[in-house]
Design a binder for this molecule. Structure first.
Ligand SMILES: [Zn+2]
Length: 312
């Protein structure tokens, strides 16, 4: 069985503005790293590359209000940059990229649930986990991972779906989409206090779990949060599918945060999540790229993540 890598050239073309950290070079670095790893190290057939389809409007509105979807797509400029907020810019390629990013996750869900792949990684941008049902923010337009979860419920009839999020920022959009539905589980580790300011853990429930990490935390604090609290809760939830918001901006080299992880930490948490997927839900695991802003650290971390997904 193979690990699907699903991406699209439009996701490189999306440009949120000159000098923006969420730059096209991010995805080029990730894809370049994966191509080198496949050529030099991977077992032949360990990964399979697929082109992401465009998500339809009906799929986007599984999570978002129709007005939000239309507002985002109508804001896409003919030239230059349009801004939905000071952080969140759109270029002419953005509409296509945003629909491909969501479509990558839903197609990955279809492939994994249909048995065509062991698991999958959507190498896409714009990222999604800050996008709330009715608000784009923090470089995010549509919440790709939440759309994947709701698609799994609608198309495949799954009842219990989990999203785990190790991006250094709190996945406020995913939490907002899942908060009132106890068939949807969300667990996140993130720097706190930090952008976007949510995720303190004070409003957690049995299906919403936040592990705030103090600035300066590293491997020990990260592994304790996941090992002692978030992973046992994930296992206890007994998901039928697990999705990952895979942000790599908790890396020690990342310029946007102050957590000190290394590639081995991302490999470790991926392996632990995969083990729960294999014991609880026949290995059904779909990951999607969120943040990560140091190009070398991002590429190396994404390779470590996919290596852990694809290990035979
Ligand atoms: Zn982030």
């Amino acid at each position: 069985m193979t690990t699907l890598i699903i991406t699209h050239p439009a996701c490189i073309d999306h440009d949120p503005g000159s000098g923006h950290p969420e730059a096209p070079a991010r995805l080029k670095a990730v894809l370049g790293g994966l191509e080198r790893w496949e050529a030099e190290t991977a077992v032949p057939g360990a990964i399979t590359w697929v082109e992401a389809p465009k998500a339809e409007r009906d799929t986007l509105i599984l999570v978002h209000g129709a007005e939000h979807v239309d507002r985002v797509l109508q804001a896409v400029p003919q030239s230059g940059t349009a801004y939905l907020d000071p952080d969140t810019g759109l270029s002419p390629a953005t509409g296509n990229a945003a629909r491909r990013a969501a479509g990558a996750v839903t197609a990955a869900v279809d492939a994994v649930l249909g048995g065509a792949a062991r698991n999958a990684f959507a190498a896409v941008r714009p990222p999604g986990h800050h996008a709330e049902p009715n608000r784009a923010m923090g470089f995010c337009l549509f919440n790709n991972v939440a759309i994947g979860a709701l698609h799994a419920r609608k198309k495949h009839g799954l009842g219990r779906i989990a999203v785990v999020d190790f991006d250094v920022h709190h996945g406020n959009g995913t939490e907002a989409a899942f908060r009132d539905d106890d068939g949807l589980f969300f667990a996140s580790s993130h720097q706190f206090p930090h952008y976007p300011g949510t995720g303190s853990g004070r409003h957690d429930s049995d299906h919403i779990l936040n592990a705030p990490l103090a600035p300066g935390s590293g491997s020990a604090e990260f592994r304790a949060a996941w090992g002692e609290r978030l992973l046992p809760a994930l296992e206890q939830f007994a998901p039928e599918l697990i999705l990952i918001s895979a942000g790599f901006d908790a890396h020690r080299k990342d310029p946007l945060a102050d957590i000190n992880l290394v590639e081995a930490d991302f490999a470790w948490v991926t392996g632990e999540i995969r083990a729960i997927a294999e014991s609880r839900c026949a290995g059904r695991l779909v990951s999607t790229l969120e943040g990560g802003y140091d190009l070398d650290a991002l590429a190396a971390s994404a390779v470590a993540h996919v290596e852990a997904l694809a290990r035979q």
